[in-house]
Design a protein around this ligand. Structure first.
Ligand SMILES: C[S@@+](CC[C@H](N)C(=O)[O-])C[C@H]1O[C@@H](n2cnc3c(N)ncnc32)[C@H](O)[C@@H]1O
Length: 224
């Protein structure tokens, strides 16, 4: 498989090659996921060094990309899906990366403080109150000057939102690719408000140009 728009040896190209030993279904999943989610824009907001936690890391694409991008980062990914974590672990171990993957314990985050935290397309699987609670817990777990980066889907443009809802309904309720029960897409302004309530300074912007989904980025910084 080739990834023509990336430089040879770049983290973008290398991240998918980490899955060479994985079953075809996993390789196909991560290739599609990488092509349809703006991970580099998310990664660019995270510190180059320090302890970084990714919540709901899935197969670990962002965590592995972050580890490839700087050996001064120590990455921990957590998720509720053991199979995805197994694929992430195998990919990290095969390349000797400083990235560990653990099962998320119920309602608890691993001990901080964290210099960076990331949540990519996970909040919508939680109830509105659990989303606010998780964002608050993340804010509490950040080190002074630390950054919480959230990438979720906005509710506009409407056609992109409708396409995303259709696809996620199939992934969660029909195919069972993603663990979850209900889909609760909150407007980015509500997520930002929960982050601000946790004491963070928040910037947000759409990052969906060139993608069929309404990707939206929120970056919260704890006062240093
Ligand atoms: C759409 S996938 C996104 C995975 C990954 N963040 C990515 O961008 O490729 C959502 C992930 O959230 C995980 N998840 C769902 N509920 C969770 C929870 N309460 N705690 C941690 N992970 C959760 C799912 O198992 C799944 O891997």
């Amino acid at each position: 498989m080739t990834y023509g728009r990336f430089e040879p040896g770049s983290p973008q190209k290398r991240v998918l090659s980490l899955f060479q030993g994985a079953p075809p279904v996993v390789r196909a999943h991560v290739a599609v996921r990488w092509a349809t989610c703006p991970f580099p824009a998310v990664a660019a907001q995270l510190p180059q060094a320090g302890r970084i936690l990714e919540i709901g890391c899935g197969h670990g694409l962002l965590s592995l990309y972050l580890a490839l991008g700087s050996s001064n980062r120590s990455i921990t990914g957590i998720d509720v899906d053991e199979d995805k974590l197994g694929a992430a672990r195998a990919a990290a171990e095969g390349a000797g990366l400083d990235a560990s993957f653990e099962v998320a314990s119920d309602g608890e985050l691993p001990e901080g403080p964290w210099d960076g935290m990331a949540i990519v397309d996970v909040l919508y699987l939680l109830s509105a109150s659990d989303q606010a609670g998780l964002l608050r817990a993340c804010a509490d777990g950040l080190a002074p000057g630390g950054v919480l980066v959230v990438k979720e889907m906005a509710l506009v443009p409407r056609w992109k939102f409708r396409w995303n809802t259709l696809q996620e309904t199939a992934a969660v309720k029909i195919l069972g690719i993603t663990e979850g029960e209900e889909l609760t897409f909150l407007p980015p302004a509500e997520l930002a408000a929960a982050m601000v309530a946790g004491g963070l300074t928040v910037r947000d912007r759409p990052i969906h140009r060139g993608y069929p989904h309404p990707h939206h980025l929120l970056v919260g910084r704890k006062p240093g």
